[in-house]
Design a protein around this ligand. Structure first.
Ligand SMILES: NC(=O)c1ccc[n+]([C@@H]2O[C@H](COP(=O)([O-])OP(=O)(O)OC[C@H]3O[C@@H](n4cnc5c(N)ncnc54)[C@H](O)[C@@H]3O)[C@@H](O)[C@H]2O)c1
Length: 327
């Protein structure tokens, strides 16, 4: 079978990772890469033995089977439109946009054109997430406590609200996606930010945010996020059901019930590889394991935006509904 021809739009940190994983998959060719900073595209191209193209149109002109959009949150929209016009499968990094309008517009285009999509919520590919789902299958969730307690990542756009969307939209979205996966949809959130940015140049995001979540099932939850540390303290989710406590993170699952406590280790890299492998297999018509297509990521994005809005306004917010938006 011919190699699957993939192009990368954006050549930063996460594009490097996808280039590495894709280059290691059998029968995948990274055909080219483009970036608004040509030196970034050239560096990635050299490292992975591919070509740097001047823009997304030129990259698509190479004849791709799939495209990865790996741009910062504020830059989403134009690249996706071009890929969708070309009608080829689209992988988009999270968060899928900085706001609702762009994400919803792209979701509508995808639905109209019936294009295969995947989003980089790779936590869904952790084997321990499947295990947690099984453990919860016969017990309703009562309480969810999520946290992302970390540093400011070393990219200039991150601490700017108008560039990243803020820590909840940009980073804690992984935890919110996991909460949706394990506890179902959230119907209402309240939140508060501390009003003090992290101690880095140009920062205007809250250094700390807390939120409460009300789930459709009746469960309640909290999310805590901070970016004022110099290290990653914790990113994960605790889930409580009758007689069962689960602690899920990228690195492991701790299960406690009446019989005692046991721990299952986890390799985050395996999930980072699995998300690309599943997408490529679907592009090749050899698999059907895309766990977060764009429409699913849109729901997580709506939840993250609701938390961000509640923190700014101080009001309770219901996450936007993709169905209502289409009506
Ligand atoms: N799923 C994950 O685990 C994971 C991990 C890291 C980053 N990410 C996400 O990936 C996205 C990018 O993060 P990053 O760390 O690679 O950032 P980065 O700043 O290192 O790289 C982004 C690159 O995109 C380029 N760019 C900006 N606008 C562009 C445009 N319109 N067209 C082409 N290129 C453009 C920039 O010049 C830069 O080189 C973020 O949304 C981030 O949350 C996801």
């Amino acid at each position: 079978m011919a190699a699957t021809r993939v192009g990368l739009i954006g050549a930063g940190g996460v594009a490097q990772r996808h280039a590495r994983v894709l280059s290691g998959l059998p029968d995948v060719q990274v055909v080219g890469v483009t970036d608004v900073v040509p030196e970034a595209a050239a560096a990635l191209a050299e490292q992975y033995g591919t070509r740097a193209l001047p823009d997304a149109a030129a990259l698509l002109g190479e004849g791709l089977d799939a495209a990865y959009v790996c741009v910062p949150p504020f830059a989403h929209g134009a690249a996706e439109r071009l890929v969708l016009e070309a009608g080829i499968p689209l992988f988009v990094e999270k968060p899928i946009a900085i706001n609702w309008d762009v994400a919803q517009e792209i979701a509508s285009l995808i639905a109209r054109r019936n294009v295969l999509t995947a989003v980089g919520h790779h936590w869904r590919y952790l084997a321990i997430v499947e295990e947690a789902r099984k453990l919860l299958s016969d017990r309703p969730v009562r309480l969810v406590t999520g946290a992302w307690l970390d540093k400011v990542p070393p990219v200039a756009w991150w601490p700017r609200r108008d560039r990243s969307g803020g820590p909840v939209v940009e980073q804690a979205a992984h935890v919110l996606d996991l909460a949706r996966c394990l506890a179902g949809e959230v119907t209402e959130v309240t939140a508060a930010g501390n009003g003090t940015p992290p101690p880095v140049d140009g920062a205007d995001v809250d250094g700390a945010t807390v939120a409460t979540l009300r789930f459709a099932s009746g469960a309640v939850g909290t999310l805590a996020a901070t970016c004022v540390l110099g290290w990653k303290q914790r990113a994960g989710l605790e889930i409580y059901a009758d007689g069962l406590a689960l602690d899920v993170s990228e690195t492991g699952l701790v299960v406690r019930d009446a019989d005692g406590t046991h721990t299952v280790g986890s390799d985050p890299d395996s999930a980072r590889e699995a998300v690309d492998r599943a997408f490529i297999q679907a592009v090749r018509g050899e698999g059907d394991d895309i766990r977060v297509p764009y429409a699913e990521a849109l729901r997580t994005h709506a939840l993250a935006l609701a938390v961000a809005e509640a923190a700014v306004t101080g009001r309770a917010v219901a996450p936007a509904s993709p169905e209502a938006s289409r009506a």
